[in-house]
Ligand binder design. Structure first.
Ligand SMILES: [Zn+2]
Length: 69
């Protein structure tokens, strides 16, 4: 496991650290991460490894489903 892989699914997370762009421009800073998703990140990786877009999209879809209920 390393910070360039998603702590949830293990795939490359595409974070700015990996793509060599300025960290301030990382896509993850412009997204909202549902609490339910952050809860799935192991404690030792929280705040260190970025979650990938796939997992974020899945969690956001789930959050939207929950809002409809
Ligand atoms: Zn992921």
């Amino acid at each position: 496991m390393n910070p360039m892989n998603c702590p949830i699914c293990g795939k490359p997370n595409g974070c700015a650290a990996e793509t060599k762009t300025a960290p301030a421009d990382c896509w993850c800073f412009h997204e909202r991460f549902p609490d339910a998703l952050l809860d799935r990140v192991p404690d030792e990786w929280r705040g260190k490894a970025c979650i990938c877009r796939d997992c974020l999209a899945e969690a956001q879809a789930q959050a939207n489903e929950n809002l409809k209920k």
